[in-house]
Ligand binder design. Structure first.
Ligand code: UGA
Length: 431
């Protein structure tokens, strides 16, 4: 099949590359000349393990075609995917201006019959508006249907998630569009949820909000564990073994960050509010998540005898999670800013997100590796659980720091082993 993706962020680029790898001809439309020229040469704008190889392979095979032009890509395509950003507005609602602008341009270039599917995370009711916009913009005689086809890939494991999804969701009112989408998604060999537009849109927000709720629940249990002398990791392991609950996304720590959970939880609260329902559960999920970041700052102060002023703190990891260079809403930003505002001197390091971090985190020294980060520090805080940190030589770390004080916001290390080694150690939810 010939298809088009508008947008080459995580969702657009990964999905386009995988569809091309399955033998489809895939156009990818962007709007920045430099990025499109780079992509044509196989240079990708994001860090995602395994992606560069797949892009290169399919560019070489002429199945993955990057362009700035809507013509002829749209006319040639059986399906066009909108995969552009929907950042939050100050109100928490998603900013849909790019989705609508792209829909109009797609409409203007339609010919024959095309399915226009939205992959961007958009509020319930958006695809109905996309349909109206295309209806107005399209040339006479061109036929189309809209569909909602939300994406569930995670950064860092995007290839695996896209190749082996737990489900594919296809929302559309049209049998013809459904058939095109079913055909395209057949090779994924997974359960397909074929439903209406609104339900598909809701599945995406409800899924991300539920996962965020699990994380905040784990962080709430961690607080209780710290207060009672229980161990949250063991408790949540015990909880997660119940198949109805599941073990994943129950790790307490510095809370969730990234470009999805914070934005989507806010958006679902805003959607609910617009329909007269105050989603108090999600308000609390957000509050607990904010508190999880503040607790890291509070613990740092506690470990440095109540005052971080003039103290040297080494921060290991900046990205919102490992295996990505993404700094969007990373808990490390809030933690570093708060500690610096309280007078601490910060030295930070991330294996991949360092360059992005430099543009966001000010007045901070950036180290060249993990050992350089910890050298001469009064406190080490681990913020992102990169393998590089898990594999550190802790005896060497101990020999390099000024005082062996370790705050492990992602519970990477074993508290007993750390204390046996002579570290003053704190994790999250562990005594
Ligand atoms: C998330 C969803 O997991 C994907 O299914 C979805 O497609 C994507 O958003 C999206 O909407 O585009 P992502 O933001 O890439 O994916 O990252 P996650 O692996 O879900 O992690 C999000 C945050 O939660 C990270 O900051 C991570 O450290 C944190 N987290 C995760 C925890 O604090 N505890 C956990 O147990 C799991």
């Amino acid at each position: 099949m010939t298809i088009t993706f508008v947008g080459h962020g995580y969702v657009g680029l990964v999905s386009a590359a995988i569809f091309a790898d399955m033998g489809n001809i895939v156009h990818v439309i962007g709007h920045t000349e430099e990025k499109i020229e780079n992509l044509k040469r196989g240079i990708i704008p994001i860090f995602e393990p395994g992606l560069a190889e797949i892009v290169k392979r399919n560019v070489d095979a002429k199945r993955l075609l990057f362009t700035l032009d809507y013509d002829p890509a749209i006319k040639e395509s059986a399906a066009v995917f909108i995969a552009v950003g929907t950042p939050p507005l100050p109100s928490g609602e998603a900013d849909l201006s790019v989705v609508f602008a792209v829909a109009e341009k797609i409409g203007q270039h339609l010919g024959g019959y095309t399915v226009v599917a939205t992959k961007s995370t958009v509020p319930v009711g958006t695809n109905a508006k996309v349909k109206e916009i295309i209806e107005k913009a399209k040339p006479e005689g061109a036929e189309f249907d809209v569909a909602s086809c939300p994406e569930f890939l995670r950064e860092g494991t995007a290839i695996e998630d896209t190749l082996h999804p737990d489900r594919v969701v296809i929302g559309t009112e049209s049998k013809r569009a459904e058939d095109v989408m079913l055909e395209l998604h057949k090779p994924f060999n997974t359960e397909i949820v074929a439903t209406n537009l609104e339900t598909a849109e809701l599945i995406k927000y409800a899924s991300n909000s539920f996962l965020a709720t699990k994380i905040s629940f784990a962080n709430a249990i961690a607080k209780l564990a710290e207060a009672t002398g229980a161990d949250a990791i063991e408790a949540l392991h015990g909880v997660g073994l119940d198949k109805r609950i599941g073990k994943r996304f129950l790790a307490p720590g510095a809370g969730y960050g990234g470009s999805c959970f914070p934005k989507d939880v806010k958006a679902l609260i805003a959607i609910a509010r617009a329909h007269g329902y105050e989603f108090e559960l999600l308000n609390e999920v957000e509050r607990i998540n904010k508190e999880a970041r503040q607790d890291i700052v509070r613990k740092a102060e506690k470990m440095l005898e109540g005052d971080v002023k003039g103290k040297k703190i080494g921060v290991l990891g900046l990205a919102f999670k490992p295996d990505t260079d993404d700094m969007r809403d990373a808990p490390a930003i809030d933690v570093i800013n708060a500690l610096r505002d309280k007078g601490a001197e910060i030295k930070a390091y991330d294996p991949e997100a360092q360059e992005n971090a430099k543009t966001i985190i000010k007045d901070t020294e950036f180290a060249k590796d993990a050992y350089d980060t910890v050298t001469g520090t009064d406190l080490v805080i681990l913020m992102t659980e990169w393998n590089e940190f898990k594999e550190m030589d802790l005896a060497k770390v101990k020999s390099l720091v000024t005082s062996p004080v370790f705050l492990d916001s992602r519970n990477v290390f074993n508290p007993k082993e750390m204390t046996d080694m002579g570290f003053a150690y704190m994790g999250v939810g562990r005594t």
